[in-house]
Design a protein around this ligand. Structure first.
Ligand code: CO
Length: 132
């Protein structure tokens, strides 16, 4: 069911410093910051030849990233995103497999529907599924 790896998301304690490091030391193609108020994050996408890296930084009071950064002050991998053909069908299938889908589909950072799967059901890894 899952297709390509769309991105790996890394929560960072300093967005400008992280972007500068990817642009400079790692020589990557780093995009501009985008505020995603519906998700409580500011994101920067980094284009790699075979996938993307999403730098995540908290936005607003109740950002889901803040708790993660409180536990991981130097940052860390927050989620991986796989592509699927249909997030609604994928959610229905995963529920029959006993996995917990976190909430209803939302429009993600690429303007496409996304869902998240409970990390405790997937080896401690938060999974995002993006419709492509
Ligand atoms: Co993501």
């Amino acid at each position: 069911m899952i297709g390509r790896l769309n991105h790996v998301a890394i929560a960072v304690p300093d967005l400008e410093a992280a972007a500068a490091q990817y642009r400079g030391a790692l020589g990557a193609n780093v995009g501009a910051p985008q505020d995603e108020p519906d998700h409580g994050v500011t994101v920067i996408f980094i284009e790699l030849p075979n996938t993307k890296i999403e730098l995540l930084y908290p936005l607003g009071e109740n950002s889901p990233i803040q708790g993660f950064l409180d536990k991981n002050p130097s940052g860390g991998i927050h989620h991986v995103c796989y592509e699927v053909d249909d997030v609604v069908a994928a959610a229905a299938h995963l529920e029959t497999e006993g996995a917990r889908v976190l909430g209803a589909p939302k429009i993600g950072a690429h303007g496409k529907p996304v869902i998240f799967l409970h990390p405790k059901d997937f080896n401690g890894c938060l999974i995002e599924l993006e419709q492509n």
